[in-house]
Design a protein around this ligand. Structure first.
Ligand code: ZN
Ligand code: ZN
Length: 242
């Protein structure tokens, strides 16, 4: 677990710009929907606090989702991994589900628009507005499902409890579970200097060939960090050459 503030710095500037553009776009769109939702139980009759909360809190989810995509990009780049290869950790099942949800929602919204023929209803909007509504709204669930898939694959390669983390990301509401994963996840395994198989950050030796992955205490054998004068586990003085 590293400092969250320093992690924010690896998000590329373009991701910040896209994220805030999404926030502003969704906020304006919701404002427009709320003010035209004047039916008997419409959101235009809600108390002002409710309208403001819907208007300014709902767009936080797309903002966070776009920033997380930028974070995954920046983090892969720092490690010298291409973004396409990094997205390879998303299981095929998650890609198929994400695509199916996108297509299903787009078709559903298409039919909702066709039937919304009241004055001011979506059927009376200009074509560009209808197309944007129809194809942009399902992008959010698409991205969120791909993030669930990414968490599954990423937690697995980090030696974490990947099923538990994926369920946590899904069921802790409103992208908070997804955010928690990225704040609390374990470091990536390192490469064994001898046989190049992945060695989890908590291991002192490569499980495949037994090579020391990092210095270990000569007394208790636990992995120690460079610069320690005494072993943090058993207190033995650490030889300076380690
Ligand atoms: Zn090895
Ligand atoms: Zn020790």
């Amino acid at each position: 677990m590293s400092s969250f503030g320093s992690n924010l710095k690896i998000i590329p500037r373009s991701a910040w710009i896209i994220a805030f553009a999404c926030y502003a776009g969704v906020a304006i769109f919701i404002h427009f929907l709320v003010s035209s939702d004047t039916g008997p139980h419409g959101s235009a009759h809600w108390p002002l606090a409710g309208q403001l909360a819907l208007n300014f809190l709902a767009p936080v989810a797309p903002l966070v989702a776009v920033l997380l995509c930028g974070y995954i990009y920046g983090e892969a780049k720092r490690r010298g991994t291409r973004y396409g290869k990094e997205l390879g950790v998303i299981p095929l099942t998650a890609r198929i589900i994400a695509l199916a949800v996108y297509v299903g929602l787009a078709i559903l919204i298409h039919f909702l628009i066709l039937h919304d023929t009241n004055p001011g209803g979506t059927a009376t909007w200009p074509l560009a507005g209808r197309l944007a509504f129809n194809f942009l709204i399902p992008v959010m669930p698409l991205i969120v499902i791909l993030l669930y898939g990414y968490i599954y694959g990423d937690a697995k390669r980090r030696g974490m409890r990947y099923v538990m983390w994926t369920l946590l990301a899904i069921f802790v509401p409103y992208v908070i579970g997804i955010l928690l994963y990225f704040i609390l996840r374990d470091p990536l395994p390192s490469d064994c200097p001898n046989c190049h198989s992945p060695v989890l950050a908590k291991f002192a030796f490569c499980p495949s060939c037994g090579t020391a992955a990092r210095p270990s205490c000569p007394q208790c054998g636990k992995s120690i960090e460079r610069g320690w004068v005494n072993c943090g586990y058993c207190g033995t003085k650490v030889p300076t050459h380690l």
